[in-house]
Write a protein that binds this ligand. Sequence first.
Ligand code: G6D
Length: 349
Amino acid sequence: MQINKFKFGILKTGEEVFKYTLKNKDLEISILNYGGIITEIIMPDKDGKNENIVLGYDNILDYEEKAPYFGAITGRVAGRIAKGKFTLEEKAYNLAINNGENNLHGGIKGLDKRIWDVELLEDGIELSYISPHMEEGFPGEVKFKVRYILKGTTLELLYTGIPDEKTLINLTNHTYFNLSGNCKESILNHKLYIDADKVPYLDTGSIPTGELFIVEGTPFDFRTSKNIGKDIGEDDTQLNQTKGYDHPFILNKNKDVEVILDHKASGRAIEIRTDREAVVVYSGNYLGDDEGKLSCGVEAKQHLGVCLETQELPNNINIEEFKSSIYDSKNSYEAKTIFRFKTVGKEVK
Ligand code: G6D
């Protein structure tokens, strides 16, 4: 595998942004030291045509000013924390508020907007960032590391977070996939399979209420692969209030491959394996407001990409029934998600 480093741009702060490209005989993946952003994943279609399958930009200014987390590491805590409030060891915390009355994806300047140190590895890169105590309102200093490992047809994302005191950690990657290649069409004709029986209800602020519903007989049943667009227009309260899918799916954890996204016309597919309890499916419902022109040459529009954000459940610190995301120096955070990229009729080895 080759790893090449390119100058990508300069942030408004004057910090330099570099792009690291991991390339083997079948895949080419580019990652920035800014937010660990995946700017491109280039893979072949069934005719061997190499195209980019993620949404992003070709310049740093658009990432700084317009990106809705395109390709980024999100945290310290992915998803929303209601009103930015939580209590930990009887101490009340107030996080930065950046989405209505809530904290979203780690706050105003979350991990997606930080410059990470980069170390080249034999089969990828390792990004490191030390988040200081009370950054965006989160207690404790946390030493984060995220490894992007390219092995044949798979991209492994390995996350660690070592706090110096009890705190919350729940990371994910917020890449928007579009398997048609270079944004040829929306993701509504992409088929999605998710091995998940239950989904938390969201309130009108997209905060989980704590109550779960069974997907059977609802538009949220992806236990048999179906087009994302098949039921997205149903008159369903949960879909209506988020303009599409924007929900955590609680994985049954009884299969190796728990999520499969595939696109028949191109022959491309992604299989996801994860040690996380859930995957947030976001069908790009709010795209098209002001993201402008993307690196694929197309103006962003609703449902142009789908995010498959493996993580623990959002707002779990405030919901007794949800598994916690509390870690400390003796019980540090570790997470692993593997994306396998396949082309029908040709195992991308
Ligand atoms: C919207 O509700 C969605 C989030 O899930 C998504 O991560 C963000 O847009 C980019 O706020």
